[in-house]
Design a protein around this ligand. Structure first.
Ligand code: PMP
Length: 337
């Protein structure tokens, strides 16, 4: 019954969402605080009759709001059903194996190789430095490639690449190959590469409402880049699903974007907790990578990540470990309250 295409896939495995008991859930980088209180108002005033009609396929209001917030032309904004979908459409639109493999760091968001599989894109994983930092030279030293993607801050390390280094990468890289910077975790105190969009038409920034905006259950993500890149994403979207984002999500997205003050406060609390947790773990003998995200990546000599995960789970605390060479010793702990 199955296509050859399907048989070749090896799907992404999301962090577990067990239902057997109540856990302190620190395994999928969700935000521990509720989303903006204004969303309750939006829901209360929502007329279900609105749902009779299809949603706006151009996401006009939300794109205008995003444009206003980040001082960018709404024509340079694309919206999708979670940033995973935006990433998927971007992989489809920009990366062609006949121009070479796609480059991404050895340890990064583990969905990237899955999309490569899905679209038949070859890839090369570029090793991180010993301290898990990312050096753009690793990308630049590869002779041929069809594009680059990395998360900044990176996952699961939480480590941040300075915007100056991203500029250096773009200045030296092929101007007609796309560089995707996945800024899923940008809200937690890191500097965005967004200003570079003005100078580099091959730069695409992808973001999500799931982490900083506390709306992982809503499924809303967006991309910002040159008009050419954004038009290409619409072309791909309109060949796949005209209405990936529903009317309610669009309304809630606008309300969330408007409430900058609330999210600033929540983000500051998460950053303060991250710094305290990092310090306390280090004081009790853990190695903690410097994080600019809403999680920390930590290891303790002599205890494999899997064992830490198992013992914490027994105590009702969920964290994530990766059974992958090079990061097996670590666990990724989402910042809670
Ligand atoms: N990028 C990175 C680096 C992530 O960690 C995640 C969360 N799993 C995503 C993108 C996808 O987020 P969402 O689809 O919820 O927007």
């Amino acid at each position: 019954m199955f296509s050859e295409r399907l048989k070749r896939l090896s799907p992404y495995v999301p962090g577990e969402q067990p239902r057997d008991r109540r856990y302190l859930k620190l395994n999928t980088n969700e935000n521990p605080y509720p989303p903006s209180p204004t969303i309750r108002e939006v829901l209360r005033n929502f007329d279900p009759e609105t749902l009779r009609l299809y949603p706006d396929p151009l996401f006009t209001d939300l794109r205008e709001m995003i444009g206003k917030r980040f001082e960018i032309d709404p024509a340079q904004v694309f919206v999708g059903n979670g940033s995973d979908e935006v990433l998927s459409l971007a992989f489809f639109s920009f990366f062609d194996t006949n121009r070479g493999p796609l480059l991404f760091p050895e340890h990064t968001y583990s969905f990237y190789p899955v999309y490569c599989d899905f679209y038949g894109i070859g890839c090369i994983k570029i090793p991180l430095a010993r301290d898990f930092s990312l050096n753009p030279d690793g990308f630049l030293n590869v002779e041929t490639s069809c594009g680059i993607v990395f998360a900044n801050p990176n996952a699961p390390t939480g480590m941040f690449l300075e915007v100056g280094e991203i500029r250096r990468l773009l200045e030296s890289y092929l101007p007609d190959s796309v560089v995707i910077v996945d800024e899923a975790y940008i809200d937690f105190g890191a500097e965005s590469a967004l200003p570079l969009v003005k100078e580099f038409p091959n730069l695409l920034i992808i973001r999500t409402f799931s982490k900083g905006m506390s709306l992982a259950g809503l499924r809303l993500g967006y991309a910002m880049g040159s008009r050419e890149l954004i038009d290409a994403l619409y072309r791909a979207k309109d060949s796949f699903n005209s209405y990936p984002v529903d009317t309610l999500s669009l309304l809630i997205g606008v309300a969330a974007m408007q409430d900058e003050a609330y999210y600033k406060e929540v983000t500051e609390r998460i950053i303060a907790t991250r710094e305290r947790l990092s310090r306390d773990l280090q004081r009790s003998g853990w190695r903690v990578l410097p994080s600019r995200a809403n999680f920390v990546f930590a290891s303790r000599e002599g205890i494999p990540g899997k064992e830490v995960y198992r013992r914490l789970k027994e105590k009702g605390i969920l964290v994530r470990y990766f059974d992958i060479e090079g990061i097996r010793d670590f666990v990724r702990i989402t910042i809670g309250t």
